[in-house]
Design a protein around this ligand. Structure first.
Ligand code: HEC
Length: 161
């Protein structure tokens, strides 16, 4: 991350507020770590935010189907989980059915099955952020990842167009 980046522009500051404590749904920082805040449950956003267009960032933020999330079944039940780490037969999953997500440590023997989860929804898919709020969040992701000061316009993220 750029150490020498200039102060956040107003848009990135607004986006950071939403990232850290959104009034809508569950704040991004509950599950993502960026610019010194949050918990790294979900992926590091800085790589994707550096290269993706605002439009594809919005599509990803609002995704209703995920790739990495697994439906983990054990003798005690099941939960949508994302793998934090695996060492030999020892697995650590973030249990996404809990907010904030909780670490579950399981051994291979305790896991009955593991399949791609088709039910879990990325929380922002269900929060109705408007185009300006999404532009501000993306402005923050961009600034934190690349130092870009460029304003993201609401029209760049509005998928109704
Ligand atoms: C409850 C946890 C949770 C919250 C809250 C959350 N995310 Fe995520 N996010 C995830 C998980 C888990 C993934 C990985 C999904 C996958 O690929 O299967 C993810 C993936 C992403 C990705 C795709 C990253 C990549 O490299 O593929 C982006 C972008 C993203 N989140 C942005 C956000 C933003 C912005 C917010 C807030 C508006 C947010 N997320 C809120 C858990 C969360």
């Amino acid at each position: 991350m750029a150490q020498d980046k200039r102060p956040a522009p107003a848009q990135a500051q607004r986006g950071r507020e939403l990232f850290v404590k959104s009034p809508k749904g569950i704040a991004c920082a509950t599950c993502h770590f960026l610019d010194g805040v949050g918990t790294a449950v979900g992926p590091d956003l800085s790589k994707f935010a550096s290269v993706a267009t605002p439009h594809s960032l919005v599509a990803t933020i609002k995704m209703t189907m995920t790739n990495e999330v697994q439906l983990v079944k054990t003798a005690d039940g099941k939960f949508p989980g994302i793998l934090k780490q695996k060492q030999g037969d020892d697995f650590e999953f973030w249990d996404l059915s809990k907010i904030p997500p909780v670490l579950q440590k399981l051994t291979a023997k305790q896991i009955t099955s593991m399949d791609r989860d088709t039910v879990w929804k990325h929380p922002p898919a269900l929060a109705d952020y408007n185009a300006q709020e999404l532009a501000d969040i993306i402005g923050f992701l961009r600034w934190a990842s690349t130092g870009s000061q460029k304003e993201i316009k609401a029209s760049e993220v509005d998928d109704s167009q």
